[in-house]
Design a protein around this ligand. Sequence first.
Ligand SMILES: [Zn+2]
Ligand SMILES: [Zn+2]
Length: 155
Amino acid sequence: MTHGHAHAQVSIEERQALLDKYMAERGLKSTRQRSLIVETFFESGGHQTVEELWSRVRKADARVSVATVYRTMKLLSESGLAHARNFGDGQTRYEAAVGREHHDHLICTRCQKIIEFENDRIEQLQEHVARRHGFKVTSHKMELYGLCRDCQRLS
Ligand SMILES: [Zn+2]
Ligand SMILES: [Zn+2]
């Protein structure tokens, strides 16, 4: 079992159960706004900033504040259901952490396009490097920065 695959096959119901359990343990109530934010986040997919998610959520409910979206995403990230990512432009982006396989990222520094990839050989090499140093890997991120195909054409 490689790290990062623990939650690979998780249904929407299981995801909801994980979140409910996490919130119950902390004495937090599931509110309608919070549920809307969580649903919108998982339906939209990709790598969303709080502002991007907020603008999607507002289409369904204009009363939701950016602070509520911010707090909900912090909760999702702390509960392990979402990963907070920083791709070097000072923006925090969130992506789903359950119901999908581990993957790494190629980040275009010109248009901010984010391309996901999986490479078994890279994963194995990382494990190999860690083992040689007697190191136990609990998580990792591989981020390659540069220009995407479209941006290379423009330069
Ligand atoms: Zn680009
Ligand atoms: Zn990703």
